[in-house]
Design a protein around this ligand. Structure first.
Ligand SMILES: [Zn+2]
Length: 210
């Protein structure tokens, strides 16, 4: 197999940048190999929106799908990566340049450069999707939208960005690192943990260029 696998997930460590006021991530050894103890067993505690993760409709919709009922076909398959260049917001103007046949879309923005230092201080003015851009995306019959920072909506943006997309049953992939990815078509594989009655889950996400 000569296809190149690009890992677009960020490494999960307790020093990884997190959303302000998020619990983040912590580990605690339950067992550690030493003397009579033959295995390592670790407990983790984390905000399910930490690092590379998927949001389900339940994040903003009380009756929405959770991580265990979300259809897997929305998470795997042909995917378009759009390069947003130096744009400071993913607006309707940006969105209208997407290929019409795209059903899974990842937006590469200048945010990706922030992953050069995964422990950087949270950047409030990261590039996100505005409410009008999200409203336009919500009409495109999409499976999934992904962004290269911790939320699809800008820090001070209205929650309509999340709501517009989740009401249209669009899966949200957040916290991906697209530094190594050029614009174009890929196969996406993104599999979040099957958490019942939970609105989000960490995942490993990869792209394969054909
Ligand atoms: Zn989230």
């Amino acid at each position: 197999m000569n296809d190149k696998i690009i890992d677009i997930s960020v490494k999960v460590t307790s020093s990884l940048v997190k959303w302000p006021d998020s619990f983040g991530f912590a580990t605690e050894p339950m067992l550690e190999i030493a003397g009579e103890i033959e295995a390592n067993v670790t407990k983790i505690e984390m905000d399910v929106h930490f690092g590379t993760h998927v949001d389900a409709p339940l994040h903003f919709l009380a009756e929405g799908d959770d991580m265990s009922t979300m259809p897997l076909r929305k998470l795997v398959g042909k995917c378009y990566v759009m390069d947003c260049g130096e744009a400071s917001v993913i607006s309707a103007e940006v969105v209208q340049h997407l290929p019409k046949n795209a059903q899974k879309i990842l937006f590469k923005t200048k945010n990706s450069q922030l992953w050069e230092d995964p422990s950087h201080v949270f950047k409030e003015d990261f590039v996100g999707i505005d409410a009008l851009g999200a409203a336009m995306l919500a009409k495109m019959n999409l499976d999934l939208v992904g962004v290269d920072y911790l939320s699809i909506q800008g820090y001070k943006e209205h929650n309509d960005t999340h709501r517009n997309l989740l009401e249209a049953n669009v899966v949200l992939l957040e916290g991906i690192d697209l530094r190594e990815v050029d614009k174009g078509w890929y196969d996406l594989y993104c599999l979040p943990i099957k958490l019942q009655h939970i609105e989000a889950a960490p995942c490993r996400a990869i792209l394969i260029k054909k």
